[in-house]
Design a protein around this ligand. Structure first.
Ligand code: GAL
Length: 667
């Protein structure tokens, strides 16, 4: 499949010409340098509101007109940002309601960024206004190719307007029935029954904070508030520039917004990628980053995404900001493209002279010229990207999916019980993704309500909460021939965090999995149980369900404690498919051993026949194959047939040596 917004891989990033308004000669130098760095796009205006509207209703577009023209003349396409991520001082001063109120109930003062109320009608109106003016002004400008909405939406506001909006949201969610809310929140507990909506406030440290169902609704409300803020922002853009695609930059696996829901509203998904390379764990960073790329790729059914930000060298916000090797920076960018990114973009093009981010990596350093290690690395990468037109828009196909669900991540975070120290939902999902990534098998990362058809295998680690119909969907997937693996604490609560009655897992899933989970034991870090399976013993870390087989085949048993001999790993045939239950957590090699068996049994084929060593990953996108060496040494790779190395234009076959931090792009 294919879906294209551009004909080329976009290579560019955040560009702030408004910070250099007093030195316009630098603008011309930027154009020269961008071309030299093989940059073909710039994202402009992200934090420019105080420059374009210096006083209320007074607009200054001269500099932006000039820059749009210059970029067009130089073949650089513009991704134009709406400026709501930070507002001018006059706006907060005149309309204090636009400022965010923290959980303490205290309104923030003007400052920093992302400091706005999500509900304020004034702020929404001001944002719509400035966006309308931008769209009107540039709708016919040939450089304008995409909208970048605001910047990294996030956080929450507890002002009275947001409280009121939360109450309205709840009224709608509970059909105006406060008793439905009481039942759903189990409000008989601690005498919390409510008899009027006005008694509800946002969860707070010094107020209500133990009602988990309430916290879930707050998460949903905040997430929906961001989405409706976004819809307010884009209304004038859709009206005036209906053909210009819209995105906003998302933040890795940020929990404050349900990105899987948000993605449906975006024309394309984009995200900001800041792994901590070259600090001794590149292998793990590579797997984790791959997982995130695949999460974003899966959000729109495999549609390519943008890597909207990454650093050309070091960041400034780690405790210690290690410089990555240029090769590592290049490899990281190639990894994004291998996983479905149609862009490699940076924060930032040029380092500012002052401000909080003046020591953050940039393509152009304070020295101002091109003779730097970083500039040369970026320019080299740009020339590689320019050879990848064929990849643009291409999907990859997955037969395996791991369920990582934003709403489940909230539910898992909130409940109190079992092991309260170790939840690690995300890390658990990555653990189950890794064995496939290491074997060159593409995996989709999906929400629990995604379409299951088309997958040979679905793995649902720690899927504690089920949304409406999820149990039925899992059942019919398995009944019609699917293979489904669930791990511990599976299917315990419904979407409102109410426990399912009649034994876990929920309802008919007991029959589907052929197990009943009677109790769950939690283990302190220094106490381990053991599981015996496949002729091997595995440590049990932190949590174990004590399950009984009601028909499933027992593949593993506990070795210690009063539940010694009880099942810990089962498989049940149901309909045409199979359901596995992994009742325990193991932080070592169980997932790898088990997945190897699943791959053989289900006959899941890797995307290519290329054989690699540890920490060298293979990824196929369309007809293009990427081989990436994230190990810390030069490594041999065995090619299964003759390929063309499309970067160097040579033919390769047999054993090839891949130097540390290098990659091959083959066809
Ligand atoms: C991003 C942000 C950018 C810049 C960057 C620094 O999260 O969107 O504006 O601050 O971090 O790494």
């Amino acid at each position: 499949m294919e879906k294209k917004f551009f004909d080329k891989i976009i290579h560019g990033g955040d560009y702030n010409p408004d910070q250099w308004i007093d030195t316009p000669e630098i603008w011309d130098e930027d154009m020269r340098l961008m071309k030299l760095a093989n940059i073909n796009s710039a994202t402009v205006g992200i934090f420019s509101w105080s420059m374009i509207e210096p006083e209320e209703g007074v607009y200054n577009f001269g500099w932006l007109d000039t820059m749009m023209d210059k970029m067009h003349e130089n073949g650089i396409s513009v991704i134009l940002a709406t400026p709501s991520g930070a507002r001018p001082a006059w706006l907060s001063q005149k309309y204090p309601e636009v400022l965010r109120v923290e959980e303490t109930g205290i309104r923030n003062e003007y400052g920093v960024r992302h400091n706005h109320c999500l509900t304020s009608p004034v702020y929404r109106e001001k944002v719509r206004n400035i966006n309308r003016i931008l769209a009107e002004r540039y709708k016919d400008h040939p450089a304008l190719k995409m909208w970048h909405i605001s910047n990294e939406y996030g956080g929450e506001c507890h002002c009275e307007k947001c409280q009121e909006a939360y109450r309205d949201w709840l009224k709608e969610y509970y059909n105006n029935d406060i008793d439905a809310l009481n039942r759903s929140w189990w409000n008989g507990f601690w005498s919390h029954r409510l008899n009027d909506w006005s008694q509800i406030n946002s969860p707070k440290f010094r107020g209500e904070n133990h009602v988990t169902a309430m916290k879930l609704t707050w998460n949903r409300f905040v997430s929906d508030s961001h989405i409706s803020f976004y819809e307010n922002e884009i209304a004038p853009l859709r009206e005036i520039t209906p053909d210009i695609p819209i995105t906003t930059n998302l933040m890795r696996m940020y929990g404050g917004i349900d990105y899987q829901k948000f993605a449906k509203k975006l024309d394309l998904v984009s995200w900001d990628n800041y792994p901590g390379w070259d600090r001794g764990d590149n292998d793990w960073q590579a797997v984790e980053t791959a997982f995130v790329h695949d999460t974003f790729r899966s959000m729109k059914n495999g549609q390519p995404f943008f890597m909207m930000e990454s650093t050309p060298s070091q960041v400034n916000w780690h405790d210690i900001n290690k410089l990555p090797r240029a090769e590592m920076q290049n490899l990281s960018s190639i990894q994004a493209v291998a996983h479905g990114a149609d862009s490699v973009q940076y924060f930032q093009w040029r380092k500012g002279r002052g401000g909080h981010e003046k020591f953050h990596g940039a393509v152009v350093d304070h020295c101002g010229h091109e003779n730097t290690r970083v500039f040369k690395g970026i320019s080299k990468l740009g020339s590689v990207l320019s050879k990848l037109d064929k990849v643009v828009g291409k999907y990859s196909t997955a037969k395996v999916a791991v369920i990582y669900d934003w709403e489940n991540s909230w539910a898992v975070k909130h409940f109190c019980g079992y092991n309260n120290l170790r939840r690690d939902y995300l890390q658990e999902c990555i653990k189950w993704y890794k064995p496939f990534y290491e074997r060159g098998i593409t995996v989709d990362i999906i929400a629990m309500d995604a379409d299951y058809s088309g997958y040979d295998l679905i793995i649902a680690p720690f899927l504690y909460m089920l949304k409406d119909k999820t149990a039925d969907r899992i059942e019919s997937y398995i009944a019609s021939g699917g293979n489904f693996v669930a791990s511990y604490l599976f299917a315990m609560v419904d979407k409102d965090d109410l426990c399912f009655l009649g034994g876990f897992p929920a309802g008919n899933l007991k029959e589907v999995f052929g197990v009943w989970n009677e109790e769950t034991d939690a283990l302190p870090a220094d106490i381990k149980n053991k599981v015996s399976a496949f002729g091997k013993e595995y440590d049990v870390d932190h949590v174990c369900d004590i399950i009984h087989s009601t028909g499933a085949t027992v593949l593993g048993t506990y070795q210690k404690d009063f539940y010694k001999g009880e099942p810990s790993l089962t498989c049940n045939s149901y309909g045409k498919g199979k359901a596995w239950y992994v009742a325990f957590r193991n932080d070592d090699d169980f997932a790898d051993d088990f997945c190897r068996k699943l791959i053989t049994e289900i006959d899941i084929k890797p995307d290519t026949g290329i054989i690699t060593e540890k920490d060298v990953f293979v990824r196929k996108r369309g007809d293009t194959v990427f081989v990436m060496n994230f190990s810390d040494s030069d490594t041999g790779v065995l090619l299964d047939k003759e390929y063309t190395d499309i970067v160097n234009g040579v033919t390769l076959s047999g054993e090839v040596t891949l130097p540390v931090c290098s990659y091959l792009i083959l066809e």
